[in-house]
Design a protein around this ligand. Structure first.
Ligand code: NAD
Length: 291
């Protein structure tokens, strides 16, 4: 298949490389990142998408997606599919999908979970919104870049699933970290805490798979001095998107809102930028009840 790939950063680069490695003809555009081996360099977004059957984008945010879509859509071949894999606000995803559809193109929002490691290994999970025909056309590419693609519904459904999942994740990570900090102060051994909670009703992915306490549970960023992993900055981005969406549809999400405020303070005032999102544990350990 002929594929255009726009945005060849930490995630897009290895995703494009995997498509090229599977034998597809991939032309990529990024104003600053180098195309990976096997991916031809395009001088512009228009050049990358020309004649492509599928165009994938992996960009920092909704504003940039909207501006790239304005360049790419008029240059795309009729019947081609524009598939955005970035994490963006639901409104931008829907706006770009309707522009693409008005131009006779297919459109999907397909954000991912699995991070840079999953992008490199081809084990991402895709959460996909958009029409059936577009989904079927891109499915073989999802199978190369990932291990699972869930078709969640119409345009925007992929982004909706992603931010709801990450809102749960942000809140449960904070709850897990504050519980460890409390357990420490109660004199409870961290390993015992893990042994009980990971097999009890307080268990979660944050505790069982990505334990924020170093030396406890499976290996995680806590065992690597909290180097990401999944950076606190990216968790903050996703929590902000969840609250933007909650405001737009008048949903009451107090836990998500508090998680967003705590990650905002952590990233912007407490040295959390560039650290893993599980570094909330040393943050809580260093604090007192009224600090
Ligand atoms: P990144 O900053 O490494 O890559 C983004 C790339 O987009 C950069 O190389 C940048 O030069 C390029 N870009 C910016 N403006 C452009 C334009 N106008 N035209 C073409 N390219 C342009 O970011 P990333 O870590 O690869 O993340 C990409 C997306 O994936 C984000 O939306 C992020 O939230 C999401 N995501 C990231 C992770 C992760 O662990 N890094 C995990 C899941 C989802």
């Amino acid at each position: 298949m002929r594929i255009g790939f726009i945005g060849l950063g930490n995630m897009g680069g290895p995703m494009a490389a995997n498509l090229a490695g599977a034998g597809h003809e991939v032309r990529g555009f990024d104003p600053s990142a180098e195309p990976p081996e096997g991916v031809a360099r395009a001088a512009s977004a228009e050049e990358a998408v020309e004649g492509a059957e599928v165009v994938l984008t992996m960009l920092p945010n909704g504003e940039i997606l909207r501006s790239v879509a304005l360049q790419a859509i008029p240059a795309m071949a009729e019947g081609a599919v524009l598939c955005d894999c970035s994490t963006v606000d639901v409104e931008s995803a829907r706006a770009v999908a309707s522009q693409a559809e008005a131009a006779g193109l297919g459109a999907l929002d397909a954000p991912v979970s699995g991070g840079v490691g999953g992008a490199a290994a081809g084990t991402l999970t895709f959460m996909v919104g958009g029409g059936d025909a577009a989904f079927e056309k891109v499915r073989p590419l999802f199978e190369i870049m990932g291990q699972k693609a869930v078709h969640c519904g119409e345009a925007g459904a992929g982004q909706s699933a992603k931010i709801c999942n990450n809102m749960i994740l942000g809140a449960t990570m904070i709850a897990t970290c504050e519980a460890f900090a409390l357990a420490d102060k109660l004199g409870l051994d961290r390993q015992k805490m893990f042994d009980v909670v990971s097999t009890s009703s307080g268990s979660s992915w944050s505790m069982n798979t990505y334990c924020p306490a170093p030396g406890v549970g499976p290996r995680s960023p806590a065992d690597n001095d909290y180097r990401p992993g999944f950076a606190a900055d990216l968790m903050l981005k996703d929590l902000r998107l969840s609250q933007q969406a909650a405001e737009a549809v008048d949903a009451d999400t107090p836990m998500g809102e508090l998680a967003m405020r705590l990650y905002a303070a952590f990233v912007e005032q407490e040295g959390g930028r560039g650290r893993d999102f599980s570094a909330m544990l040393p943050r809580f350990s260093a604090r007192r009840r009224d600090s």
